[in-house]
Design a protein. Structure first.
Length: 396
């Protein structure tokens, strides 16, 4: 399929792409609960006469398009889960589920992958090789990529390369962002438990106040990035929740806080974790209490493969023009469990611009007003279909 035909076909698919994306947007489901989403995806793929597998990693869906002639296999991945947030947009397609929202664009990622699947399935006889469609649950929580790999999704046929994309309001619609090497950080979850001694709020000297201890610790934790990490490196320490106390006049004897640590470099990662442990235990002890830190290792860092990035860059230059293929300057401290696919086979993750100031599409992901310029759905489909052609090569 030449570029002109591809763009025409994508244009004619646009109403369907919007409808698919809006349906997901209105019906968000959290990680590992993507049951409706799974069933919808499986039904769409079956309608397209694509081989479908479910029952993997709880709610994952894997599609397989077998090309007309033998060749390599490329996998395209989309994440499926929504976030526990209230949708505050005033649009007809806003979330219909209280407290849940597609605030990170996974609805768009799924619509794009389904759009690419539809186009590729129509011309599958022309493909030299296969296309695997990986619909992955729980990117925002426990991660679906790792269990999918463990359950064999990169085998039978063996996958030779993998591509994923993420909508981004840092680039405008019609642009993509690429990066060689390190793309996303690694993460660690931390739980901090502070033990003190309760007493009457009017007689604090008789107890050990874990609320004041928590205040001291939260402030001190912020000095790790500013005073222990080399300014030329990157790290983030965020406390996301804090819980403790029962009444205004009782000194709280227990506080629990949870947070996330993001780093780009393994040495910085161990140093930050070590400093957190020392700070929590020693500040708590100095204040007469006890502090514990429980660490939960999160996602691995996402490192792009140079040749796969070359492929995306060349596709982008041909399709969107050289000026619309932007180099992402810094790796992000966000994490992405696409990292596990990219660690298993050569992979590239790129950003798909969806910013449009005229339509007020300017809000970052994980905010209650987040939305995308839906025109970007077309760019996403055209990019992924072209990437597949370049990777596999077209037949006669
Ligand atoms: C297991 C794990 O580390 N999960 C992550 C999920 C966060 C995903 C999101 N893309 C982000 O960057 O925050 C976690 O930190 O809980």
């Amino acid at each position: 399929m030449d570029q002109k035909m591809l763009l025409e076909r994508v244009e004619s698919l646009y109403p369907w792409l919007k409808q698919v994306r809006r349906d997901f947007h209105q019906n968000p489901e959290l990680g590992m609960e993507e049951y409706r989403t799974r069933d919808k995806i499986a039904a769409y793929l079956k309608e397209m006469d694509i081989e479908v597998q479910t029952g993997i990693a709880n709610t994952a869906v894997v599609g397989l398009i077998r090309g007309g002639s033998p060749g390599k296999t490329i996998a395209l991945r989309a994440d499926m889960d929504a976030l526990p947030m209230q949708d505050e947009k005033s649009v007809s397609y806003k979330s219909a589920v209280d407290g849940k929202m597609h605030a990170c664009g996974h609805d768009a990622h799924m619509a794009i992958l389904l759009g690419a699947a539809k186009l590729l399935s129509e011309i599958k006889d022309q493909l030299n090789g296969n296309v695997k469609l990986l619909f992955q649950p729980a990117e925002e929580t426990v991660g679906g990529a790792k269990p999918m790999i463990e359950q064999g999704v990169l085998e039978n046929p063996a996958v030779d390369g993998v591509l994923g994309l993420h909508v981004s309001t840092e680039e405008y619609t019609g642009q993509i962002g690429i990066r060689y090497g390190q793309m996303n950080a690694s993460s660690d979850g931390i739980k901090i438990i502070l033990h003190g001694e309760s007493t009457h709020g009017a007689y604090p000297h008789s107890g050990v106040d874990t609320i004041v201890m928590a205040g001291q610790i939260i402030t001190s934790l912020q000095s790790i990035v500013s005073r222990n990490v080399d300014p030329r490196d990157s790290a983030v320490v965020t406390i996301g929740t804090i819980q403790g106390g029962t009444k205004q006049n009782i000194i709280a004897n227990r506080v629990e806080m949870i947070g996330t640590v993001r780093t780009l470099d393994p040495e910085v990662r161990s140093k930050v974790i070590d400093r957190i442990e020392k700070l929590v235990t020693q500040v708590a002890s100095a204040m007469g209490g006890r502090g514990e830190v429980l660490r939960e290792e999160g996602y691995t860092a996402l490192v792009n493969d140079d040749r796969m990035v070359d492929l995306v860059r060349n596709t982008g230059r041909g399709l969107l023009g050289e000026e619309n293929v932007l180099e992402v300057k810094h790796a992000t401290l966000g994490v992405e469990d696409f990292a596990y696919f990219a660690a298993a086979v050569p992979g590239a993750f790129f950003r798909l611009g969806c910013r449009n100031e005229e339509k007020e599409i300017i809000y970052d992901g994980h905010t209650t007003l987040f939305d995308i310029d839906e025109e970007a759905l077309k760019t996403g489909v055209a990019m992924q279909v072209s990437n597949v052609f370049s990777f596999l090569g077209e037949g006669q």
